[in-house]
Design a protein around this ligand. Structure first.
Ligand code: FAD
Length: 488
């Protein structure tokens, strides 16, 4: 059989490996770390378990698809639970809002708490659904970089409806037209952060994201987020795929303009095709550093998505008012985003995201305790003085949570670790520590993500959050699907 070499065991690398093995390739995965999953990994701290990166699981069908492809019954391997309460929201003015999965209940909650009519929310979600139906075939499920996509009837139909996708105003501007209540505008603006963008510059097309969450639902994988990685690795291994951990790839070996294989500490390993799951910027700058003429400069220079600062706290207390996902909004969202995107700084009153997996998986924390994953959005790493910024942010986050929860959080912290843009960058080779590859702050962003196949090097493919169709688990899984279709 033909041999495929995958660089990186991130979620996209694992999914690509599975798809190529099903196609009959002999697949080997080379991973720099001692563990799989990249950003989707886990760790323990005293008696607390933490998912290190992603915490919101949407579109489980893309994971199931991999089991089905391999002829397995997904639920024998991977189980998950649909959330009735997607997220709890806390505002500085004291408003508390529960985002229910049920659209009717959710709209009623908004009307009751803010006075924004339930019908306005319904109208908004219907619009979000329409934009999704127009865009998903073109922007998400297929390669944007080959003619065949544009010759398909559903693509043509979509392109004729592009006037409806609202690409010419920003998310924020559109949300202001839909809603009178500032709290609800802020609520819907937040979806820009699902791919690390800025609602004050990202096109309103991204208002499809609430539809994905509302219509397709949010889930909690049995065993925690890391189970997505471990179940897929188990599936991959059962298909004969070999994982080589602690095995960083130093170079993509070429013969003329055709891939020959990869170079690791063990020398050159030959293969018929190579798929890089390494961030596209580092793929060129590190693995193809001998070929600067091949760099697609315009694409590599695209603005990066935002990064994150995360405090992992073991908390000696249980809060009844908290759920799996919780948001504590800043009082001035525009000022917060200006700080992140223009000043490249952390705002003094950041929006805080708090994830507590022990709400659904009690043994993630000792009895009467909770495992807190406390995250704020911060700019990508361009050399800021992170130690100073983190010290300030830690105080501000603690003050904000203590204020909004009426309890001194400092006294409850049993243990702590911190992840910041520098460590995200070094642990997963993500350029500037960006969470989602390039940002979607312009209406051309979708066309300026790198293709899933090299146009200059035969046999070289790309998957993962820094290439088409973008970051986040569902899109990473779709990138794997597109690669396997391009391989033919
Ligand atoms: P990565 O996870 O970046 O993995 C790449 C892998 O390649 C790594 O294991 C790395 O070690 C390896 N590698 C790199 N270079 C080499 C080399 N030269 N040789 C060998 N191996 C190499 N997404 C969601 O869907 N929901 C969320 O709630 C969410 N929240 C997030 C929160 C945080 C804090 C972070 C960091 C991300 C979050 N994301 C979320 C985004 C999501 O985690 C990513 O989009 C996705 O996991 C990226 O997967 P990937 O396959 O592109 O690669």
């Amino acid at each position: 059989p033909k041999k495929a070499l995958i660089i990186g065991a991130g979620i996209a690398g694992i999914a690509t490996a599975i798809r190529l093995a099903v196609k009959g390739y002999q697949v080997e995965v080379y991973e720099a770390n001692s563990y799989p999953g990249g950003k989707l990994s886990q760790f323990e701290q005293d008696s607390y378990r933490f998912d290190a990166g992603p915490s919101l699981f949407t579109m489980p069908q893309y994971v199931n698809e991999l089991f089905k492809l391999a002829g397995r019954n997904p639920s024998d391997y991977f189980r998950y639970q649909k959330l009735d309460v997607v997220c709890r929201y806390f505002y500085e003015d004291g408003t508390r809002l529960t985002a229910y999965a049920n659209a009717g209940k959710f709209s009623d909650e908004i009307q009751e708490k803010t006075g924004e009519p339930a019908a306005a929310v319904k109208h908004y979600l219907d619009n979000s659904s329409m934009v999704y139906n127009v865009t998903n075939h073109v922007f998400l499920e297929r390669s944007l970089h080959r003619l065949k996509t544009y010759l398909r009837w559903d693509t043509v139909k979509s392109i004729f409806q592009f006037g409806k996708i609202d690409a010419f105003r920003t998310m924020h501007k559109a949300n202001e037209v839909f809603f009178k209540d500032k709290r609800i505008v802020q609520f819907f603006d937040r979806y820009a952060t699902y791919n690390g963008s800025n609602p004050y510059s990202a096109p309103a097309t991204l208002n499809v994201i609430p539809h994905l969450e509302q219509h397709f639902g949010a889930y909690f994988p049995e065993g925690g987020m890391y189970n997505i990685t471990s179940c897929l690795v188990a599936l991959a291994e059962s298909l004969g795929i070999k994982f080589h951990y602690n095995n960083p790839v130093a170079e993509i070996a070429l013969q003329g303009h055709t891939v020959r294989g990869i170079k690791t500490n063990d020398g050159v390993i030959e293969g018929d095709l190579v798929v890089s799951n390494m961030d596209i910027w580092f793929t060129y700058h590190k693995l193809l550093s001998n070929y600067p003429k091949l760099y697609p400069q315009k694409i590599l220079n695209q603005e990066r998505s935002s990064s994150a600062l995360i405090f992992y706290w073991g908390i000696r207390y249980q809060f009844r008012e908290l759920d799996l996902h919780n948001i504590f909004f800043s009082a001035d969202y525009e000022a917060e985003f200006n700080h992140i995107w223009r000043e490249k700084e952390i705002y003094h009153d950041p929006t805080v995201y708090l994830n507590i997996s022990s709400k659904y998986k009690p043994n993630d924390a000792p009895e009467s305790c909770e495992n807190w994953f406390v995250m704020i959005n911060v700019p990508a790493n361009t050399g800021q003085d992170w130690d100073a910024l983190i010290a300030g942010a830690r105080e501000n986050v603690l003050n904000k949570l203590s204020r909004l929860l009426n309890k001194d959080i400092r006294k409850l912290i049993a243990n702590e670790s911190i992840l910041d843009p520098r460590s995200i960058e070094s642990r997963t080779s993500s350029y500037q520590g960006s969470l989602y590859g390039t940002s979607s702050n312009s209406r051309f962003a979708a066309f300026l993500r790198h293709a899933n196949k090299s146009s200059k090097i035969k046999g070289l493919y790309f998957c993962g959050g820094s290439v088409h169709p973008g970051g986040g688990i569902p899109l990473c899984l779709l990138s794997a699907k597109i690669v396997s279709e391009l391989v033919g």
